[in-house]
Ligand binder design. Structure first.
Ligand code: FAD
Length: 437
């Protein structure tokens, strides 16, 4: 086939509506084919071959395939390492330009550099856009033109900048007739990638109509089934547009919900500007902490058998449905780092394996916050008391009983550590490390 094409490479932006890269590709003046790659570099590392994220991705890829088929076009779906897939695509198609959206993770930036170089060698344009966040990179900086390292002043500046200009949708629909006309390709299966279905349904793509009326009052109570949006997974894979969501929150004047979206942007820019956070403490002196790293205690934390009901409820919720309420993420993470003195990276990796809305930037930010090593470090001597947290945020014990039905029975385990002793041990250990650092 000789007609030069534009390819649009979808990654964390699985939608045709309001997508910056899709828009720019469709306006390029050439027929457009979207491509999605199931990246083996990532998939081969997943030990558990029943993975909600992979299943969700396949479901969404098939949905896009159906949408494109209705327009007489197709999505090219490939399974392999991006470099190999791109070499093959270059040999198969006459490609003039490739369009894609920015990705801020270290692995992704390196991948895009490699693919950009390969394309440049073939004289193929590589055009990248902001799409995943509202403000990226250097768009929200301090007065000294440096990245923010504390959330509150960042969020003030972010909110001041949040005009309707930044929330405008890309009207891709106007150009859908520019998709290349061809018959749809055969779909991939989970089995062909060596995965098995989990067989669950996933959260709805839209929040309930009333969410923004009550979010600021319900968001901290894990027993409420619709107290938060449950949109994390859709934001993670771009099956909804962040601009659409922020526009709704702004119109509803829901500053609490907007604030959460601002945290999301904040952690993306932290990862982008300070890539060392992926492996190290944001504040380097916290890498001096002498973690106990007791494997038996870590196992009990993972299984939800610590004898602290709110911690156990959270871990069992995570293990069962691949999601945990934000308040409980904070409690379980703090418990691991402070009460058990286990390296936050162990907990971070466990969440990364299990969370259906796993996102490196937010997960890393949340864990470093809990460990006190991150941007918005709470003072190290402030240690969450799980019992008080439970009393405040699950006052009737409904959430706990949902996930730990045996909580009042004799077979429920005794607490793995005593709160006051563990608290003091954490403070002493942190103090020692920070004196050294
Ligand atoms: P809602 O309360 O409805 O919020 C709407 C959206 O705002 C979320 O979907 C998310 O995209 C964003 N958001 C909300 N809170 C935060 C936050 N604190 N930081 C960044 N973005 C936020 N969030 C993830 O998306 N992926 C993760 O892997 C992740 N890991 C976490 C680990 C720890 C230890 C902690 C304390 C928090 C983590 N969070 C993570 C943040 C937060 O817990 C989840 O975004 C939220 O619970 C998802 O549920 P929801 O979609 O109902 O959120």
């Amino acid at each position: 086939m000789s007609e030069p094409l534009s390819l649009v490479w979808l990654r964390r932006d699985l939608r045709l509506h309001d997508n910056a890269a899709v828009y720019h590709a469709l306006k390029s003046g050439r027929p457009v084919i979207p491509v999605f790659i199931f990246d083996r570099t990532i998939l081969d590392d997943l030990d558990d071959r029943q993975d909600r994220r992979v299943e969700f991705l396949l479901q969404e890829v098939n949905r896009l395939q159906d949408e494109l088929a209705k327009m007489g076009s197709t999505l090219l779906v490939r399974y392999g390492k991006p470099i190999d897939v791109w070499k093959e695509l270059i040999s198969q198609y006459s490609i003039a330009d490739v369009f894609t959206n920015h990705d801020y993770e270290v692995y992704a930036k390196e991948r895009d550099k490699t693919i950009g170089k390969l394309l440049a060698e073939q004289d193929i344009g590589f055009h990248t856009s902001k799409d995943q966040v509202i403000f990226e990179r250097d768009e929200v900086l301090t007065g000294k033109k440096t990245p923010y390292t504390v959330f509150t002043p960042y969020s003030r500046n972010w909110k001041e900048k949040l005009t309707s200009f930044y929330l405008k949708s890309y009207p891709t629909e106007n150009y859908f007739n520019h998709f290349w006309k061809t018959s749809p390709e055969k779909a991939l299966t989970l089995q062909s990638m060596d995965f098995k279905p989990v067989g669950e349904s996933f959260p709805a793509r839209t929040a309930s109509d009333t969410l923004l009326d009550h979010y600021n009052q319900t968001r901290d109570f894990p027993a409420l089934p619709h107290g938060t949006s449950q949109l994390g997974m859709h934001l993670r894979f771009g099956t909804i547009s962040i601009r659409d969501l922020a526009r709704q929150a702004k119109a509803a004047e829901d500053t609490t919900f907007l604030n959460e979206l601002c945290w999301r942007d904040f952690y993306f820019q932290v990862l982008d500007h300070f890539p060392h956070v992926e492996k190290h403490s944001f504040r380097r002196e916290y890498d001096e902490i002498n973690w106990r790293n007791n494997e038996d205690e870590f196992g009990k934390w993972c299984e939800g058998k610590t004898g602290y009901p709110i911690v156990d409820a959270g871990m069992r919720q995570l293990n069962t449905i691949g999601w945990m309420h934000n308040r409980v993420r904070m409690i379980t993470a703090s418990f691991l780092c402070k009460h058990l003195l286990i390296d936050w990276r162990w907990g971070e990796a466990y969440f990364a394996k299990k969370l259906r809305d796993y996102d490196l930037s937010a997960n890393n930010g949340g864990w470093q916050w809990a460990a006190g090593s991150g941007t918005d470090a709470a003072p190290y001597f402030r240690v969450f008391n799980p019992a008080l947290q439970a009393k405040k945020f699950d006052p009737k014990g409904e959430y706990i009983r949902q996930w730990v039905p045996e909580v009042d029975r004799p077979n429920y385990p005794k607490p793995i550590v005593e709160h006051t002793t563990a608290r003091q041990r954490a403070i002493d250990t942190y103090r020692k490390a920070l004196r050294k650092g």
